[in-house]
Design a binder for this molecule. Sequence first.
Ligand SMILES: [Zn+2]
Length: 550
Amino acid sequence: MHDLVIRNALLLDGLRSPPRRGDLAVKDGKIVEIGKTASPGKQTIEADGLALMPGIIDNHTHYDAQITWDPWLSPSPALGVTTAVIGNCGFTIAPCRPADRERVMRNLTQVEGMSLEALRAGIRWEFESVPQYFDMLERRGAALNVAAFVGHSSVRTYVMGEAATQRVATDSEVSQMRTLVLEGMHAGAVGFSTSTSPAHNGEGGLPMPSRLADEKELRALVGCLKEAGRGVFMLTKGGHTRISFLEDLASDSTRPVVIAALLHSSTNPDAVFKDLEEIRNANARGRRLVGAVSCCPLSMNFTLRSPYTLEGLESWQPALGKKGSEFTRILSSSEFRETIRLELSRPAHFRLFNGEWDKVEVAESKRKEMEQKSVAQLARAAAKDPLDFMLDLALEEDLDTVFNALLLNSDEAAVGRMLRDPCALVSLSDAGAHLTFFNDAGFGLHLLGHWVRERRLLSLEEAAWRLSGQPAHVFGIRGRGALKPGHAADLLLFDPARVGRGPRKRVFDLPAGQPRLTVEALGVHGVWVNGVALEQGGRLPGRMLRDFSA
Ligand SMILES: [Zn+2]
């Protein structure tokens, strides 16, 4: 007898086959039959035409810290995700010596917007090395299947200590890093991740360690993947990192390269298309490069106390890491403001904030009449420059004013074009990070609701492939990402007429009562991981994935 039979569903196999009506049967966590099932199940669900697809594989998350106190990886499971790839951008928490814990937490607070109080109260430090970290995750279990990168910044900090954020590495240090990357790969990491992005700053405004690496170091570390014979190289690139260099790395290492973060900027509208074109050309030469794109508009809530939105600007550097009266003095300085205006007036290849003041809103202010109005509009009414207006308002309100900026991916025609690119990978949820700035953990439901139903840009079967089959293929996640007999029963049952994500909500459920933004799922009727229905407080059916074919 089967454990579970889902009857009369619209089956989307995750491999782009045309949808068809049929049944699916599960036994011992695996799909055993698909199509017409004669024998009954211990549990039978009448799907009545709801869509059934492989669970969403979220390939860009930052759950590395959260998973140690919240094995439920909230809110991803409720949003249809069944597998999460952690450790993106090189920001892992292993390896880590006890003496470096505080430094690592402070860096995460700055770079990924995780509350320091929550990290201090929450992280279980039952490990030092990558293999020990993986063993801990396996022992403690998780709601989702988890694949993890070896992260460059952690490896660099482990070898170089404080110097990791200050200088290039010596040959001997690089060779120690190689040993650690190989150790992680042998323990079952999905690959090696790094960042060269100027938006990635750690404690005190210092660049995250990986940003200090020269090309030689990157070549040596990516070379470990060749030696290991498998693994994906993932990086979040700064504008100065050329795709041709990444193609070289792909060619030397013979490994796939995932290039983040390709987001569309209205002020430099061609940049991502040039990147995608170069990526396509590299594929034509036989390299395996994919561009990580997002299907969500990138909008961030922020206060001037922690303005991630602005911290990637060169001209913001004098204020980075400053506190108290020194910080407010800098914000008030007309010279400081002038350099920001100058930088924003110049084009950039990739920049989070591009001076689009009509897309920056006052979200929460003591002066209620300002809320939901744009800074451009309010500044005009006050006959002020918009940057002056925003900084003055924030200073008046002790930096408590909450702004919301629609930063990137706001041009729907452009985003639609990116989503259809054959070399694009739908990605960049950043789940587990930037907890008070935004929450795109529901990106998959947004793809199905907005881009399939509302915009008719993709068919249901293409969207299912983008969310499951394609990432399983890119990352070599064996036996998942498709509705096929013998594959794991990672399943998402949803109503195509209602599927989507609700509005962002602020909740205070992190360790030490810290806040985060969350979203609700719309139109989701069931999520199963390895054949087990996900219910908060129930079993933790996820597996630590350590065996990949890519
Ligand atoms: Zn990231």
